[in-house]
Design a protein around this ligand. Structure first.
Ligand SMILES: [Zn+2]
Length: 412
């Protein structure tokens, strides 16, 4: 059958708007709306048959008038957006089953394939979406838009989903006795000390703190700090002055944040899963006097060594007892007096430092205590640095630097 025959078949099914007439041939030609396709078909049939041209009267049996309301539907989404900023958006539509069924009936009556052209839902997403984007001056993003609109024509409702903003940074913990995330036993946590200014500036509903591992509650986190991502959920703002937020957090002098950057949501997984190496500073007490020369020799032995570690005694006994091999990348230290020392160890992720010092009753081999032949224990253990093993945690592909100011529905 020719295109004109298809058009005759579609028109014979009942009163149709231009968009519903054009939609079953939406796969033909580019750069036209379905309404333009429909109008062209209607005109062509009138000319071919030399019949008077009749404008559609608005009572379309397929869409029941939805296609005449793209502008009004876009307006409704913008109203629902309220005072929310965004750079990117996406529109999804739920079409009432009755209208979807009408689309199938239309094709059946015209003798077309059940999936000819495109679905009403697809056209609504595009046409309403286009109008929303034009009004906002925002870009469509099919992956992870800032705002996801759901136009539910079935329930006659609109939903606006605001996706999280992710902020990367490194934190330093300058006091002992602070867990990384909220914990009933403690008055404050790194999360609680960092999140509030961000939550308030980005006007989110809540925040989640994702750390690249965590130090002991009683360990300090020093040096360049530990990578983290702060996820601000359902934000109404998309931009903030990170230097100002850093200053607000660092004012407290309990934790400090550095290297702040807006990042893509993938950075949450990245900080949790990227292999890191860590540098620790341990204060060590010896059971008997230790000579400088022996201390230096023992550290030289550990420097660069592969360490066999059975699961430490102190670790949860439900965890399987296995031997793991972890490298000491660098070991250094100073004897304070003959009974105590400060030791810096840069080790592969997963290296247990307390056991590297004590030997853990022979479960860690070699160890500082084993090499010296003197009992040794760690009295304080702080983390000095956390670095990506193969590449830095934050690389260009995770940065999310966006041009200009975010859009809002209030902009004209
Ligand atoms: Zn229609």
């Amino acid at each position: 059958m020719s295109l004109i025959d298809d058009a005759r078949g579609l028109l014979a099914s009942g009163p149709l708007c231009d968009a519903c007439l054009g939609r079953p041939v939406a796969d033909r030609s580019f750069g036209l709306t379905n309404a333009e396709r429909g109008r062209a078909l209607r005109t062509t049939v009138a000319l071919a048959d030399d019949e008077p041209y009749e404008e559609p009267d608005g009572d379309c049996w397929v869409c029941e008038g939805v296609c005449g309301r793209f502008e009004a539907l876009a307006e409704r989404l913008l109203d629902a957006l309220g005072d929310t900023e965004l750079y990117t958006y996406q529109v999804g539509t739920r079409v009432p089953p009755l209208l979807a069924e009408n689309g199938r009936l239309l094709r059946e009556e015209a003798g077309l394939a059940p999936d000819a052209g495109e679905e009403l839902k697809t056209e609504l997403n595009r046409e309403v979406g286009r109008r929303v984007g034009a009004r906002l001056g925002a870009e469509v993003d099919f992956e992870r838009p800032d705002v996801q609109f759901l136009l539910d024509l079935d329930a006659d409702a609109v939903e606006v989903q605001r996706n999280s903003v992710a902020v990367y940074g490194r934190y330093r913990k300058l006091e002992r006795g602070i867990p990384q995330t909220e914990w009933d036993t403690y008055d404050e946590s790194v999360e609680e000390l960092v999140a509030p200014p961000f939550l308030s500036a980005l006007r989110g509903t809540d925040a989640t703190f994702h750390g690249a591992g965590r130090e002991d509650v009683d360990a300090l986190m020093l040096g360049a700090g530990r990578p983290f991502v702060l996820e601000i959920k359902r934000p109404r703002r998309r931009d903030a002055d990170l230097a100002e937020l850093r200053a607000q957090v660092n004012d407290g002098e309990t934790v400090a944040v550095e290297n702040l950057a807006f990042v893509s949501y993938e950075m949450v997984e990245r900080v949790k899963e990227h292999d890191g190496t860590k540098t620790y500073r341990a204060t060590v007490e010896f059971d008997e006097p230790v000579a400088e020369r022996e201390f230096e020799a023992a550290l030289a032995e550990l420097d660069g060594a592969e360490i066999d570690q059975r699961t430490p005694h102190r670790v949860d006994h439900r965890r399987a007892d296995k031997i793991r091999e972890r490298a000491v990348l660098d070991a250094d230290g100073d004897l304070e007096d003959d009974r105590s020392a400060v030791v810096d160890v840069h080790g592969e992720g997963g290296l247990y430092i307390k056991e590297l010092v004590s030997g853990d009753d022979g479960r860690t081999e070699p160890s500082l205590a084993g090499l010296l032949g003197v009992g040794a224990t760690v009295s304080t253990l702080d983390v000095v640095d956390v670095e990506g093993a193969d590449e830095p945690f934050l690389t260009a592909e995770y940065r999310r630097e966006r041009a200009g100011s975010p859009a809002t529905a209030g902009d004209e």
